[in-house]
Every structure is written in C-alpha cells, then in structure tokens.
Design a protein around this ligand. Sequence first.
Ligand SMILES: *[C@@H]1O[C@H](CO)[C@@H](O)[C@H](O)[C@H]1NC(C)=O
Ligand SMILES: *[C@@H]1O[C@H](CO)[C@@H](O)[C@H](O)[C@H]1NC(C)=O
Length: 681
Amino acid sequence: MERKLIWSPSSPCLLPFTFLCLLLCAAYLQPTQADAAAGTNPAPAGNGAPSCDVKLTSGKDRATIDNGIIELTLTNPEGFVHGLKYQGVENVLETHEPDDFGGYFDVSWDHPGGEGKTEQVKGTKFTVITETADQVELSFSSTWSSSSKELVPLNVDKRFIVQKGVSGFYWYVIVERLKGWPDADMDQHRMVFRPKISMFKYMAVSDDIQRMMPAYRDRETGQKLAYPEAVLLTSPIEPEFKGEVDDKYQYSLEMKDHRLKGWISDDPKMGFWVISPSEEYAAGGPNKPELTCHCGPICLAMFTSMHYAGLDMVTEYRNGEPWKKVFGPVMVYLNSMSTDHAALWKDAKTQMEKEVQNWPYTFVASADYLPPAKRGTVSGQLLVDDKFLSPTPKEACKAYVGLALPGTKDVSWQFDVKGYQFWTQTDEKGNFLIKNVIPGEYNLYGWVPGVVSTFKHPELITIQPGNEVKLGPVTYKPPRNGPTLWEIGIPDRSADEFFVPDPNPKFINRYFIGKPNDKYRQYGLWARYAQLYPKNDLVFDIGVSNYSKDWFFAHVLREVKPDDYETTTWQINFDLPEVCPTGNYTLQLALAASLETNTYVYVNNLNAKAPAFATGRVGKDNAIARHGIHGTYWFFSAGLPSKLFVKGKNTIFLRPARGGTSPFMGVMYDYIRLEAPPTQP
Ligand SMILES: *[C@@H]1O[C@H](CO)[C@@H](O)[C@H](O)[C@H]1NC(C)=O
Ligand SMILES: *[C@@H]1O[C@H](CO)[C@@H](O)[C@H](O)[C@H]1NC(C)=O
C-alpha cells in the first residue's frame, strides 16, 4: 500500500499533535508493539509535524525506517542511502544510473605505491541494533579479511538512526583496522549526499554564501580550464550562468564553519541539510579549509582529506598499526515550512544549534561513541608573554586552544588525521574550557590571533572520564628576539589582509563579484600577478607602501612561455638609522600557504653565493590553485647577522628558489616582521 501523508504543515492545525498523530498513525501505519520504551528523549518534531512511532520494515534488499515525517530507505546489506521520502516526495535524493543510491560513505586509498581508488564502502551484514517506538538504529557492517585484498583494509560499521518526531536521520560510521593488517595510505574519508537534481538548485553553505547554482550538465558542456575541477560554463541550461567559472573549491570553508550546509528546492519548497554538530572527528583542526557543497547537486560531510594540505595529510598505516575512529554522527535534516530561502536557512540553523547543544548525543548505541558521562574536561587560561608587546603577560583573547594527539611538532595537529581533536576559542580574558573530551593522552596546542607561531603545552594532558583537568594559567612565549623594526600583515594564518586582485573578466564567478571578503575565491588570480608586474617584481617600501594595496596575496611565479614559469623576486626596502655592530637581526616569517616552495631570503645582496636564509622546500597545500586564502601554516625565525645590514637604505629580497612548469607553485605570506638584535625590552 502506498502511504500518503495528508497533513499540510503550512495549514493551521488546531488538533493536538497527539490526537492528529494517532489519527495518522492508525490510518497509515501498522500499529507498533512497543510503546514500551517510550520517553527516551526524542528531539522535538521538525516543522511542528506530529510524532508517529518509528517503524522498521526490512526486506531482502531494502530496509526502511518510517517515523511519519520522513521515510529512510537503505540498501540491504550494503547500507547505501537509497531513498528519503518527505512531504509526499517519494525520494528527495538522486538515484540515477548506474547507482541506486543518493548517499554513501567512501574511502580514497591505496596500498603504498599502488594506484589510488575511491571505494564506496559496502556493508555485508545487516543488524537491527535498536527497535523501539522512539528510535530505530540499524547497522550495515563489513569485516575485512586477508582474502579481500582489493578492499580497503578496514572494518566498517555504518549506523543509521531515526527517531520519533525528528525530521531527518543521524548517520555515523565506525572504522577500524586491527593490529597486523597490511600497510595502506588513506587520503580521504567522507559522506556524500546527492539531493535530487530536478529539485535542488539553490545552495546555502554559510550565512553569506547562498546562491542559485548551475546544473551539473553545464559542467559537461563547458570548457575545462587549468585543471578539471574548474570549468567555464559555455552553454548552460540557464543563460544567467553563461561565461561563469564553476569550481567546487570556490565554496570551501574552514572546518569550524561546516556545521550547517545544504540545498533548497523551490518546487516543492523544502530544504535538505547536512548538520555536523562537532569537529571532534574531523582532521586537521578548526582552520583547515575543506569542501562543502557543490554543483551536482552534492553535499559533503568531510572527515579526512588532503584538500589544502596535500600529501602531508595522507593517513599512512605502516607496520600493522591499528586504528579505530568514529566519524559522526552527522544529521541529515529536512524542512519545508516556509516560502523563502532565508526562513528555511534560519530554521535549519536553529536545528543545527540544537544538535550542537545536544552534543555528545546520549541516544547512540555503539559503545565506541562515548556519551557525555564518559568524557572529560580541561580548563585553563592562556597568557602571552612577549615583553616587547607588554611588560607583563597578556590574556590571549579569542585564541584557538585545542587538544590533539601528541605530536613531535607544535603544528602536528594541522596534519593529524588519526586522532580526535577538541578545540575551543578563549574568551577576552584568555579563559578556555574544553568539554566532552574523549579520554586519552593529548597535547594542548593553541594559536593567538595577532601573535606568531604556535603554542604547545610542554606536558602531556591525560583526560579521564568525568574528570576536569584544571591547568590554571598557562603561558605562551612566542618567538621574539628584539624590538620590532617593521612588520607586514597581521599574524592570523591567512593572507586575506593583502591585495587580492580583480579576476580576469573572462573567468569570473559572478556570485562573488562585489563581495570583498570573498575576492580570493575567483579563478585564475595566480596569473594576475604577471599582468600587474609584467617585468619588474613587487617592491614594498616600509613606511610608504600599504600591504592592503601593495602586497600581492600570493608570491607566485611568472609565465615566460607555455609551461615555463620563472621565479620572481620581491623587495622590501627600509631605512636603518644605525646598525647594531653585533648580534643577529631576526626575520619572523609566517606562511599562510606553500606549495613545494623553498623561499630564499637575501639581505642587500641578491648575488650572494647563498641566501641569508632558506625555508627549505615546504608545503603541499595547493591553496593557490584551489582559490584558498590559506592552506597549512609554516613559521620560521631567520637569524640574519648584523654584518649584512648597512646604515641607511636596506633591502630584503624574497625569492622562491626555483621556477617550474606549474603556475600554482609559490607561497602566501601570513606575516613578516624584522626585529633588531636582542636588547632588554
Ligand atoms: C591602506 O589601504 C587600505 C585600503 O585602501 C586603507 O583602508 C587603509 O586605511 C590604508 N592604510 C594606511 C595606513 O594608509
Ligand atoms: C645568527 O644567525 C645565524 C644564521 O642564521 C646563526 O647561524 C647564528 O647561530 C645566529 N647567532 C645568534 C647569536 O643567534
């Protein structure tokens, strides 16, 4: 029998919900046995819809969970999301050939040295974990064995939860490698959702980035640009997109801003949302840029990836290393009560805030997911001790403070893919409270807007269930050798305060035109450098030049002929009224991004046999090509002997060590400061 939902959520409903529900459930659903386990904190009903009991139907190749609001259909035993019925729409997901699913979990991986592949992980065993009137939780699991060499060496358990009265479902995935399993490299773990092509055309990934999107077909008829992801739309279905560049990387956001994103359908009016209530299971910390949603329509929940980090972020497993991690739960939320996009977004945001409040969840059945009572807390106050900024330690305002796996470097967390991370921001007084930490041993890391480099607490922090580790005041002594002579930029791990050029009019994304904060999202900005500086490179005069106008946001190469790029040399000119006879001047050099670049620093003599300092070849973050404003962070304190300096006019030259065959090589500076030799502050 075809079930049809008869209420209209927009019509005023005077019946009490329970009565309406009984009516609906009696008429359209099988009676359920267990009101027995009633009363386990179901979230309030979405859209004021009535709450029916949750009902599971499982057959040979499908399992369906229905709560009277949504009906979720999963393939059995693979555990792909096949169908999502809502508001009379049989399926809000796209299930086109050759796949019959609109949602999946995949892993990109290979054996070391092997050929990379992306595997949509298939369950082989279906288990009903919970089945009550209030909640159904299902498991679709697969167990790896040495005979399945072509499959990723992971045990995977995909868990789906539907609750009474909730307009959506929860999904989490437990991945596990046992000791002794074969070596593997894993680039990426993610969930992918494909909302229905014919319905979802308006994409919303943040308060500020919301727009009508081109169709996927427009990409297929378009012209591929410098790499396949960037496509010039030449004959789109909707003429308004003609001449635009579409590229999924233009919609990347820092991981901390991924909590709500999705798509809106205008006919019928409804929203499809992916809510990530926590970043604890994501790799790389809160500032890692990551893909959100894109043309397709596609919406992602990213857990680990190389985006804006490169090979430094491959999860390598060697010597039989075991691993276990829970990704999620992520919530898919559906809403439909409104007539405009803004109201749907606002309602979804309220739902997201509710999920964040409820995190960690208490309704998750797996023992691998820890409820609040089994987690611990760490608190303290972060102070910054830089005598040249303040005679006494200053409270670190709005600093990022986080726990991540113990690492050898102070930026290890940037590349960590294996552990959980727990981050917060301090208040104005530097106070921090990190709640709901999974027990274990961590390093405490931090970085402070306006202050260079990274804080790492010298001791390991051990978190125990139900305990609070009270650290009290902890002091970060950032790199500092002498008084500031000059500085360029703001130490905030981003190049956004520098000059970002207008895009080439042939390659614009019109949506970002006139949005100063999003200027860097345009395609092809790397090529604008050579157009602005066709022969002579950038020269920055301290005291005269202004970094917002005169410092190009990326230090890139210049094309001399096709596939041949020469290095470029930037100059910083400044006056020294006196030169200290002994000691080192210090160049504090912070990079916001780097792609395989060794940056040379020369003082006054570009023809010196060797540069005064070289960063070494660092970074694989590809942020220049991916329309980023930062990738991974690198910090260098370069000691520059005073004999290199002269009284009067001096020049510091910055130069990538070599040219190359790619336009995407180079660095983004975050901040540069020259300090005089050490003196008493
Ligand atoms: C630098 O340029 C920006 C952008 O034009 C301007 O807002 C700012 O006031 C300038 N700063 C100084 C010190 O002139
Ligand atoms: C000065 O800088 C040079 C070059 O980086 C370094 O080798 C030397 O140890 C530094 N000297 C002092 C006193 O810091």
